[in-house]
Design a protein around this ligand. Structure first.
Ligand code: ADP
Ligand code: TZP
Ligand code: MG
Length: 268
């Protein structure tokens, strides 16, 4: 068994044993998918966004996941209060800048949140990471117009400006932290045909960050598990409706042997 596969499996086992409570402030599109994915992995999800209760909820959670997919002023207030609280009591924060670059509102909110309480991990597609890094990137709503390698310089810049681990998802997923770069070549193109797969990657990253305080490794492990479960699901039936369901089953049925046989992880 390779060291990397062992280390991924250790985190999966810890998620299954500890069942960490993951506080998600996320968008209406993916609330169901991401809650089910967290449950299938072994975590305990809750979708809680009312500004009146988020601080209390962060206090009882093991990680906070913030996703700006369907923003409005009340959501933003909830995000701010939750992120401030998470920082002050040192709970990991994972941020998904869905659709940043598409509108000035998303850009402003993202900048405000990063400044208020810098996330430990940021996960986006190439267009989002480039936009967040201040590069002149085009976006197509919530979808990327670029391959993930194009965003590597943006990810490095983001990581050095904010001190966060930065994940660029795509055919190859990159995890960047300072000088460290990991690439994961698992996954399947059909994953991009199911809404919320990126948001699911971010939510699962919250679960790994809850059990592994090395956030670079936590992000690498989450993206490897996403990719491997995506491959297993695509092998069962090559169509998007089935992929969504089979992906949950693959997460639930994931074994150490499956990780060892499929893992395509390398470090630069
Ligand atoms: N062409 C592809 N080949 C393999 N995996 C992919 C491909 N496109 C997306 N994925 C996987 O799907 C998940 C969501 O990534 P992505 O589609 O980039 O996010 P988003 O939905 O935020 O745009 C990630 O786990 C990524 O690795
Ligand atoms: C379609 C859509 N519209 C607003 S949020 C959202 C979900 C995006 O999810 P993902 O980025 O994971 O595909
Ligand atoms: Mg996304």
């Amino acid at each position: 068994m390779s060291q990397s596969a062992q280390s991924i499996w250790q985190d999966v086992t810890q998620v299954r044993i500890q069942a960490p409570l993951i506080h998600n402030i996320t968008n209406f599109v993916v609330m169901n998918n991401t809650a089910n994915a967290l449950l299938a992995l072994g975590a305990s999800p809750a979708m809680v966004h009312a500004p009146e209760e988020v601080e209390e909820f962060v206090a009882i959670s093991s990680a906070l996941v913030v996703n700006i997919g369907t923003l409005d002023a009340t959501f933003v207030e909830g995000m701010k209060r939750a992120m401030r609280q998470a920082k002050s009591i040192e709970k990991p924060i994972v941020f998904d800048p869905v659709g940043v670059g598409a509108t000035s509102y998303r850009n402003q909110v993202s900048e405000d949140l990063l400044t208020l309480a810098t996330p430990d991990i940021i996960r986006g597609n190439a267009s989002e990471i480039m936009a967040l890094a201040g590069l002149n990137a085009q976006t197509k709503g919530v979808d990327s117009l670029y391959g993930s390698d194009i965003a590597l310089s943006g990810a490095k810049r983001l990581s050095s400006v904010w001190g966060s681990v930065v994940v660029i998802s795509g055919a190859i997923d990159y995890v960047v932290f300072g000088e460290q770069i990991a690439s994961i070549a698992n996954g399947h193109p059909l994953m991009a045909k199911v809404t919320g797969m990126g948001c699911t990657a971010t939510a699962l990253t919250g679960a790994f960050a809850a059990v592994n305080p090395d956030y670079f490794q936590a992000a690498v492990h989450a993206m490897a598990v996403m990719g491997i479960a995506g491959e297993m699901a695509a092998e069962r039936n090559l169509a998007p409706g089935s992929l969504q369901v089979n992906f949950l089953d693959a997460l639930y049925q994931l074994t150490e042997q499956e990780i060892e046989a499929r893992l395509k992880l390398s470090y630069a």
